[in-house]
Design a protein around this ligand. Structure first.
Ligand SMILES: [Zn+2]
Length: 421
């Protein structure tokens, strides 16, 4: 057995050990402890067929719309650069609009499956909880918003700078955007099929039109809506803002490195990191002052506390759900969807589930998808009941930070392998 296969076998054992439901577990110590973990961030080709692909997504959304008897409305909101449909699914008639997106990075796939499960339940259940969600919330989900990246199983979309210039001739003398990939990343070769990190293409000015002087830009500056995928989500957001006055909450579902460990227990991997902070305080950031009146970091913190509390509660039965940490808080990424929409007044929540497909493939898929659903359930219930307003934002600051990444990688590994969010 090769070393790689041996590591895989060890990790598979770990999966089986942690996937066995603890029967009537009285305390968080009932689950078998993992042995000293072996973990690699080195990109590999791993199976992903258990995840929902674009074709299956269309079929499943169709089915959910049908069995919900009209409660869930599916609409095509745009097309990817390669012509794949981007769909939204809307359910509920309540006054609070909640927008959720997944797979903006096509190698981060649990969010799509979690959204489908949530839509199926809220669209068909007659439980008091589902009725409350439908009465008090308007939920709009955009699963797999970067379908070209998802089909290629990679982070970036499938769009060349030449194509961008063809539709934006004012950029013909500009340098390509800084988030344009033409070299290997995370094991994917972009030289034949270049693309962009779509999650740097947002701009808090929802009516922004690309200007030559704003290129190539940087991570500290907003994006441009040059990708059809970010434009499709922006259009939905803008429509909801016009309809509801404000989009109450925006959630973006991602994956992070596979080998982060808990700060107090380095034998335990982080299942999920959360965050509500993606930009510097606009009140004190030159050029962003106009957003200060709407920006509400405390609300984002409360939403994240609701997610955290739900997962900590679930850890009573299955400790792995309790391995939740706070994502790094020193970001200023106004070109992310979360950053741009936070500046427009939405409460924002980032989910960073363990392991992109180049490191975990579909391993732990069921558990990690379930973790997303538990977190979403806690958050949406707290918004629908109003409990979110009674949560203490200071609890957010007490969520433990991520421990170190203990992953092994070859010395030549691309340091950008760990690109997030
Ligand atoms: Zn991501």
């Amino acid at each position: 057995m090769s070393r790689r296969r041996l590591l895989t076998a060890l990790c598979t054992f770990t999966l089986i050990a942690t996937a066995t439901p603890a029967v009537a577990a009285p305390a968080a110590t009932a689950e078998p402890r993992t042995l000293a973990p072996a973990c690699s961030e080195r990109p590999r080709e791993l199976p992903i067929y258990e995840f929902t692909d674009h074709r299956e997504l269309g079929i499943e959304l169709d089915r959910i719309e049908r069995v919900s008897e009209g409660r869930v409305e599916v609409a095509q909101i745009g097309r990817s650069n390669r012509g794949r449909e981007i769909w939204s699914a809307r359910v509920g008639t309540g006054p609070k609009a909640v927008l959720l997106t997944s797979e903006i990075h096509g190698n981060e796939k649990t969010g799509t499956d979690a959204l489908l499960k949530m839509l199926d339940w809220v669209g068909t259940s007659d439980s008091p909880k589902a009725r409350r969600w439908r009465d008090r919330l308007t939920i709009v989900a955009i699963p797999k918003m970067n379908p070209d990246g998802a089909e290629l199983d990679r982070r970036g979309n499938d769009l060349s700078w030449q194509e961008v210039v063809a539709s934006n001739p004012q950029l013909r003398h500009s340098e390509p955007a800084w988030n344009y990939y033409t070299e290997p990343r995370q094991g994917d070769d972009y030289s034949e099929r270049p693309g962009f990190d779509v999650n740097r293409d947002y701009n808090p000015d929802l009516n922004y039109v690309p200007r030559a002087t704003d290129f190539p830009g940087s991570s500290a500056q907003p994006g441009w809506y040059i990708t059809p995928e970010a434009r499709a989500v922006r259009d939905v957001y803008r429509g909801l803002a016009a309809e509801f006055g404000e989009v109450d909450t925006y959630v973006d579902l991602h994956h992070q490195g596979a080998c982060y460990v808990m700060p107090e227990d380095r034998d335990e991997f982080v299942t999920l990191s959360v965050s509500g902070r993606f930009v510097d305080d606009p009140a004190t950031t030159p050029g962003y002052e106009k957003y200060a009146g709407r920006y509400d970091l405390d609300y984002s913190k409360r939403l994240n506390v609701a997610v955290y509390n739900a997962l900590r509660g679930a850890a009573n039965n299955r400790p792995v759900f309790g391995n939740v940490t706070l994502y790094p808080q020193d970001l200023h990424l106004p070109g992310t969807g979360l950053g741009s929409f936070a500046l427009n007044g939405s409460g924002t929540v980032l989910f960073e589930v363990r392991g992109q497909t180049q490191t975990l493939g579909q391993r732990h898929r069921g558990m990690l998808t379930r973790a997303v659903n538990i977190g979403l359930d806690g958050m949406l219930s707290a918004i629908a009941s109003g409990q979110v307003d009674r949560l203490d934002p200071a609890d957010y600051d007490r969520i433990p930070p991520r421990g170190p990444n203990i992953g092994t990688a070859t010395p030549t590994a691309d340091p950008r392998t760990l690109l997030e969010p």
